[in-house]
Write a protein that binds this ligand. Structure first.
Ligand SMILES: [Fe+2]
Ligand SMILES: [Fe+2]
Length: 364
């Protein structure tokens, strides 16, 4: 986390802390003053290099500099409720902030919900002008990628999977992108091998979401499908970095190791409760082909679940369109040709047909 972002997290927790403390201690109590003073110092340092600190409260989320703030959910939720609950959607602290303004602001904030908080010279509150575009789609995609980066790096550190965060990403992706005819313009190109896996997870989730809704999935099952797509490659957290990031083709042994990621992923997911069961199935099966070939080898004649089949075709689509150490990025027709060639063997023909239809709409 950058220093500035860390400072902003401190500002948020001090605002929440100051309000909670003032509900317990009388006005002017030393503890109240202590937290207020600390908050004032944090705000002044944050305003040292910037003209303003701007928070937006919208859709159950707090945005800072147009990006959703993620971190301590309890504190962020409390921060959201304090202001949004009073009809405030925007809170801005401006350079030049005076201590007495902050004190007045808190006095109003401590009071009942009925009495309002008013803007000051250097503290502005208000509603968001409807036309003010937050660039919501871009922002949501960035936020999703950022959240998945943190989920991925925590899993790499052998920590527990942040199930709630993945679920939130799944829901937000559906809310933001499912109605768009061409959300594919939000597929992100990778710049470094470091970011490949989690960017790929979000891209595959976006593609799978559209494919699944095109063939009729909706509601909770759609959320579960997107969740499963986000997690399909989670087993890669257990693959050594030298193999994951190797610039060039893998040798036989490295390939064998790489091919353990579906089983490793399924085993890791099995350790967690509260996740859709299909997630485990899809992590295990996403490299098994429609005709039962591929890996891992299960019982003869094994046919992957339809959801694994969807993730599989979207997985290959995103891999082909990305620049990888072992192949250059392919484009439109070239990818379609490849998918059609393997339709009926690697992929379910009905899914190939629907995916190509979806993508041709987006290219118009
Ligand atoms: Fe995979
Ligand atoms: Fe993948």
């Amino acid at each position: 986390m950058s220093d500035r972002l860390e400072l902003i997290h401190r500002v948020i927790s001090d605002i929440v802390g100051a309000i909670n403390i003032a509900r317990v201690y009388p006005k002017g109590h030393l503890e109240v003053l202590r937290v207020q003073n600390r908050l004032y110092d944090s705000l002044i340092s944050a305003l040292d290099t910037h003209e303003e600190i701007n928070f937006i409260f919208l859709n159950q989320m707090v945005y800072f500099e147009k990006l959703p703030v993620i971190g301590n959910k309890g504190v962020i939720q409390a921060f959201y409720t304090i202001f949004y609950g009073r009809g405030i959607e925007r809170l801005t602290f401006l350079k030049g902030l005076q201590k007495y303004e902050l004190e007045n602001f808190f006095e109003e904030a401590y009071a009942d919900k009925s009495s309002g908080i008013k803007s000051k010279d250097h503290i502005k509150i208000g509603r968001i002008i409807p036309q003010q575009d937050l660039g919501m789609s871009v922002t949501k995609k960035q936020w999703a990628t950022q959240t998945m980066a943190s989920v991925y790096s925590n899993a790499r550190k052998n920590e527990e999977l942040q199930v709630m965060d993945v679920n939130r990403v799944a829901i937000e992706l559906i809310k933001t992108f499912n109605k768009m005819s061409d959300p594919f313009k939000y597929l992100v190109d990778i710049k470094t091998e470091d970011e490949y896996t989690y960017i790929h997870m979000v891209n595959v989730a976006l593609l799978t979401m559209k494919l699944a809704s095109k063939i009729g999935f909706s509601g909770q099952i759609l959320v579960d499908i997107v969740f499963a797509a986000l997690m399909h490659d989670i087993g890669k957290v257990m693959i050594p970095e030298e193999i994951l990031k190797k610039p060039g083709s893998l040798d036989d042994i490295e390939m064998e190791i790489m091919r353990t990621h579906p089983v490793l992923g399924a085993k890791y997911l099995l350790l967690h409760r509260n996740l859709p069961q299909i997630t485990i199935v899809a992590a295990l099966e996403h490299h098994i082909k429609y005709n039962g070939e591929g890996y891992p080898q299960l019982q003869p004649g094994w046919q992957p679940h339809i959801i694994s089949q969807m993730i599989s075709v979207c997985d290959v689509y995103d891999a082909l369109r990305s620049n990888r150490p072992y192949h250059a990025a392919m484009f439109g027709e070239e990818i379609n040709k490849r998918l059609n060639m393997e339709s009926g063997s690697s992929f379910n023909p009905m899914l190939v047909k629907n995916l190509i239809q979806l993508l041709s709409v987006s290219e118009d």
